[in-house]
Design a protein around this ligand. Structure first.
Ligand SMILES: [Zn+2]
Length: 133
């Protein structure tokens, strides 16, 4: 069942609301940026994401194919969400589930995790090793 969560960066300058059903799954990836930032994401459609504060406090980083906009707070550096636009799926928001302020620990613990082998551009498969992600 979808729930509306409040997410934010560490200092609170960036805040959003997102409608998420964590039981529908989350993902972790072994690509270069996800590994370095230990990213744990779920994705939502644009109609399920509302930025409440911090558009001007956010800056973004892009690399490689520049498909994903990796946003982070200019003040505290925390990456609380990002977004992308793919030819296949259209625009989506990627929510960092660890930045949801009102999520229950039990909800996170029981959320299914799909591991993605982004390091090898093998997005349909899991990496051989996932314990470090
Ligand atoms: Zn911040």
């Amino acid at each position: 069942m979808k729930k509306t969560y409040i997410g934010s960066c560490h200092c609170g300058a960036v805040r959003y609301e997102a409608d998420i059903d964590l039981s529908q799954g989350t993902f972790k990836c072994n690509c270069s940026i996800c590994t370095k930032t230990r990213t744990w994401l779920t994705t939502v459609s644009p109609d399920a994401f509302r930025l409440l504060a911090g558009r001007a406090e956010s800056t973004e980083y892009q690399f490689n194919t520049q498909t994903i906009h990796h946003l982070f707070c200019k003040h505290c550096g925390v990456r609380s969400f990002g977004w992308g636009d793919t030819p296949e799926g259209g625009k989506f928001y990627a929510v960092h589930v660890t930045c949801l302020d009102d999520v229950e620990i039990d909800e996170l613990v029981s959320a299914p995790i799909t591991y993605i082998d982004g390091r090898n551009d093998n997005f349909q498969s899991s990496p051989v090793e996932t314990r470090h992600l």
